[in-house]
Ligand binder design. Sequence first.
Ligand SMILES: [Zn+2]
Ligand SMILES: [Zn+2]
Length: 289
Amino acid sequence: MTYHSFWYYWAAFFGLILVRYFAVAGGAYLLFYGLPSRFSGGTGNTGGTGNTGGLLGRRLRSKPPQLQAIRQDIYLAMQSTLFFATAAAFVIWRYDRGETCLYADLSAYGYFYAVTSFGLVLILQDSYFYFIHRAFHQPFLFKHFHAGHHRSGDPTPWTSFAFDPAEACLQAIFLVGITFIIPLNFFVLIALLLTMTVWTVVNHLGFELFPASFSRHWLSKWLIGSTHHSLHHRKYRVHYGLYFTVWDKLLGTDDPAYELEFDDSLRSEKLPERLPERLPEKLSRQLSD
Ligand SMILES: [Zn+2]
Ligand SMILES: [Zn+2]
């Protein structure tokens, strides 16, 4: 078995995490924003059929994204990559010395445990994210820890990994922490990281992908999607979760208008007057006063 230095792993993970960001966020951006027709008119779609016309009718923003906002998001994401690469390198570096709870043989704890550990970490991460995210929306913490994530206003896939350094650091610490506490198979860890990547891109997509029943269905109403998280970016005081709506519902930060907003998100011709594009600037002015 070959062991490498911390900095060897750090360089490898820095490249890997950055390539992952540009591939997934960039790919989603090209797919959903690459064609000017997505924002240049059309009659919208109220039925959510999923074809190109349906996609136009499922947009959650009134204007095309600003290049400046995308640049800011990419800059923050590159900063975040520094923290996540450090976390990943640290974990593997300590794994080489037998100090983590990561394991390679899937049968060591059984398949049932592997699936259970996947679900458990999703729940733990969602809870951790909810409480730090809610704290970050206190005015002082917002200004120093979280304003960067909201700077672009309505999000795009590029916003999915755009965190202020302090927030990126706290999120990376969670991922390090679980590998020292909960026995996790490598495949489970990779599945968790892929889930996190894809889910956050969907949350920041700016298009609603799910069917009209999503916000009311007995099962999917517990899941966060594009409209749900877009409301967070518009209203600031609702929807702090990452994967699940449980904490928002339990602690009263669920937007009572969510179901109606979801219905409206499938009727985009109403959106221009409902999506205040410059709200973040107004909020940052208030915070700096
Ligand atoms: Zn926020
Ligand atoms: Zn967000």
